[in-house]
Ligand binder design. Structure first.
Ligand code: PLP
Length: 277
């Protein structure tokens, strides 16, 4: 369990940061989760582009090229396993707890590599519940401050559901830790990128695969009522991939089993992963 912290590789148990780190005090940082298949970083440039957008959005200056990041991650990869890199960057430590950004501060950079545990709900389908989207207005930033997400996910778990699907102004946005797709009138629909959702890399891949394979697909807002009448609902993320929702708010979705378009897209995604590994 070797991790990377500020230029060093060390055992996880020895990786320490100060209690004055602004990540600890304020959640003042951003992160990325990058899947690794067969030792290859999946859609690496896309993940680094999103990281740089997140850093810019919180005004944290840290310039590293994709190759520099690759060099940092490479020693932690094991080619025999499906893994993911967790990368977190905080604004660093200041001598005092003060909301304003400190001057001359060195960002804290932490990365670790974990095995991807296959998510059991991926093939059986999951239950989900819709909840009011209580998050902030910068959901396109992959910020480490995840308290709203955590409360929403836990509320779902407490109701025996695996994911919360979030609702703003009568429209669904995304999951607590996933993007959202629905099949409505034989068309695959996902909400458009905006400050209300995280621009998911898995989401991008699915849109590309739909386009390349003649699957009718578009980005459009989805009203809560339309979602509740959809023939298929999926949530997507890097570590869980495509997860069909077979029960939404206690009502069966479609036939109550993973739908035909899910099976098709899952096959396309698995083949695409293989082609990139
Ligand atoms: N939306 C949120 C809020 C997330 O936390 C995540 C990732 O876990 C996603 C969407 C999916 O993004 P990606 O496909 O890049 O993992």
């Amino acid at each position: 369990d070797t991790v990377y912290l500020n230029g060093d590789y060390l055992p996880l148990a020895d990786a320490r940061i100060s209690v004055m780190d602004r990540g600890f005090l304020f959640g003042d940082g951003v992160y990325e989760v990058i899947p690794v298949y067969n030792g290859r970083l999946f859609r690496f440039e896309d993940h680094i582009r999103r990281l740089n957008n997140s850093l810019r959005a919180i005004r944290l200056e840290l310039e590293k090229s994709p190759d520099q990041w690759r060099g940092i991650f490479q020693p932690m990869l094991d080619g025999d396993k499906d893994q993911y890199i967790y990368l977190q960057i905080t604004r660093g430590c200041a001598p005092r707890r003060d909301h304003g950004f400190p001057e001359h501060v060195v960002p804290t950079v932490f990365a670790m590599c974990n095995d991807i545990k296959p998510f059991a709900g991926r093939l059986t389908g999951i239950k989900a519940v819709t909840l009011d989207d209580t998050r902030w207005q910068m959901c396109h930033v992959k910020a480490t401050a995840l308290l709203a997400h955590l409360l929403l996910r836990q509320e779902a778990l407490d109701r025996d559901c695996a994911e919360a699907i979030l609702v703003r102004h009568g429209y669904v946005t995304e999951g607590a830790a996933s993007n959202l797709f629905a099949v409505i009138d034989d068309e695959l629909i996902t909400p458009p990128n905006s400050h209300e959702i995280l621009p998911g890399i898995t989401r991008d891949v699915i849109l590309e695969l739909a386009q390349a394979n003649g699957i009718a697909c578009r980005e459009d807002i989805i009203a809560l009522e339309a979602l509740q009448n959809a023939s298929e609902v999926w949530v997507t993320s890097s570590t869980r991939e495509i997860v069909p929702v077979v029960e939404l708010d206690g009502q069966t979705v479609g036939a109550g089993t993973p739908g035909p378009l899910f099976h098709r897209m899952d096959q396309l995604l698995q083949a695409y992963k293989q082609s990139q590994a």
